[in-house]
Design a binder for this molecule. Structure first.
Ligand SMILES: Cc1cc2nc3c(=O)[nH]c(=O)nc-3n(C[C@H](O)[C@H](O)[C@H](O)COP(=O)(O)OP(=O)(O)OC[C@H]3O[C@@H](n4cnc5c(N)ncnc54)[C@H](O)[C@@H]3O)c2cc1C
Length: 411
């Protein structure tokens, strides 16, 4: 939607095809934090975590063992990228991009007068164990070196700022630059803005394949017939890999399932928290969204499906209770899961596909797809309409050319 909005705003004639409803993917149900400057998921020591997660449904990262050559190839690549050098390379790209992402968000929200509970007071990363706190502080120091301003705070200070926090918390970090919002409200408002700027939004239209003639994309085949196009932006989350595969392009993408549980505010429900936070050890985000609080997170590599596993959902509630003992005994008002498009090297995949003229992708945003949505739209629009966007050099799908991105069918 961010790409559609930015292209329409720049004067292009845009048609967005969505096979379900707008917001039915990960963008509608995520944790709603605009969190910038953080290192990628690929980090030294992840191999151990990957191996232990093969058996443990309660671990924040869970990979049910199954025979899937694509997953194993992806995991092999993912682990290869778990080096300090790679983290540094990513940070050099993602830290400045994060600053632009914040600006894009502020601009879009102001310019379009979007009402989505936008809170600009940052978020807290809070810890319940000493090793967790040490690791959170190390991460904060690394992020500070890239021009962000994390602040280490004590347990007492945490509770002074947010009285609902548990006394069990040992301390945490405040990331003042971050923001939070209700992602579905944001997405729906952005849809209206794109419409007002002339974009046609077609829901219930499924892209089946791409029409390619002499190495150029000329349209899309859908369940409602052929749609012609001078340019196509494929932004179908983790489903992008399958559509590209049909034309011989392989992208190292896997769906990373995450869950949310929403609790209404009030007696028996969620306490009135003011600012978003992440319970570090459990990787669970707690975000106030008006009259409810969303607890969201965990990562599961179980394929392209939206089967909900109760133990994974229970993890959210357990973490929430540890952080906020005031969470009541009423059940959640809603439960949900969604699929993040995870690239094996931990960076988004944005830009034109070299072998097929007119075709671009905007995917692989992993845990940062909300954060990077608006800035991605702006970069895609510039690349398509101005034929140049230097910022995309390091994010381009061509970076996988040597290893995993191959055009086997040469359409
Ligand atoms: C639990 C959870 C918490 C998260 N928290 C945050 C957060 O706090 N901050 C953050 O920045 N990011 C967060 N994320 C990540 C973020 O939600 C994703 O990176 C982002 O939503 C991906 O956006 P997308 O547009 O690529 O995919 P999606 O939002 O999934 O959109 C893809 C759309 O394509 C449609 N589609 C698929 N195939 C076809 C087809 N063949 N034809 C037509 N349409 C099709 C789908 O129906 C879907 O609507 C979180 C994710 C999860 C799961």
């Amino acid at each position: 939607m961010s790409c559609a909005y930015a292209l329409a705003k720049a004067g292009a004639q845009v048609q967005l095809l969505e096979r379900n409803e707008i917001g039915s993917g990960a963008s509608g149900g995520n944790a709603g934090t605009v969190a910038v400057g953080h290192p990628p998921l690929n980090r030294r020591g992840r191999l151990k975590q990957v191996l232990s997660s093969l058996l443990d449904q309660e671990s924040p990262l869970y990979i049910p063992p199954r025979w899937d050559p694509n997953l194993w190839r992806w995991l092999r690549d993912f682990v290869r990228y778990c080096t300090d050098e790679h983290v540094e390379e990513c940070m050099k790209v993602m830290a400045p991009l994060g600053k632009k992402a914040l600006q894009s968000f502020d601009d879009i929200i102001e310019e379009e007068a979007i009402e989505c509970g936008y809170i600009r007071s940052g978020y807290y990363k809070v810890c319940v164990t000493e090793p967790g706190l040490v690791s959170a502080r190390n991460e904060a120091a690394a992020i500070e070196a890239y021009g962000y301003h994390p602040e280490c705070i004590s347990s007492e200070e945490l509770r002074r700022r947010e009285p609902e926090f548990s006394s069990e918390l040992l301390g945490g970090i405040h990331y003042p630059e971050s923001r939070s919002l209700n992602p579905l409200k944001f997405l729906k408002a952005l849809t209206e803005s794109a419409r007002l700027r002339g974009a046609r939004i077609s829901e219930g239209v499924s892209v089946l394949s791409m029409s390619i003639i002499s190495g150029r994309v000329v349209g899309l085949r859908t369940n409602e017939g052929e749609v012609g196009a001078d340019a196509v932006v494929l932004a179908t989350g983790p489903f992008s890999a399958g559509i590209l595969n049909e034309v011989g392009i392989q992208l190292p993408l896997q769906p990373g399932k995450g869950y949310h549980r929403d609790y209404s505010l009030g007696l028996g429900g969620a306490p009135p928290i003011k600012v978003a936070c992440e319970l570090s050890e459990a990787s669970v985000f707690c975000t106030p969204m008006g009259d409810f609080v969303r607890f969201a997170g965990t990562m599961e590599f179980s394929g392209l499906n939206r089967v909900m596993r109760t133990p994974r959902l229970d993890q959210l509630t357990n973490a929430a209770r540890r952080c906020f003992p005031g969470l009541g005994s009423d059940g959640p008002k809603s439960e949900w899961c969604g699929l993040r498009p995870m690239a094996s090297d931990g960076m988004p995949i944005i830009g034109s596909i070299q072998d097929i003229k007119g075709l671009s992708v905007a995917t692989g945003h992993g845990m940062l797809g909300l954060t990077l949505g608006p800035v991605t739209g702006e970069m895609i629009a510039r690349e398509i309409l101005d034929a140049d966007e230097p910022q995309l050099k390091k994010l381009s799908p061509s970076r996988f050319r040597e290893s995993t991105l191959v055009n086997t069918k040469n359409p």
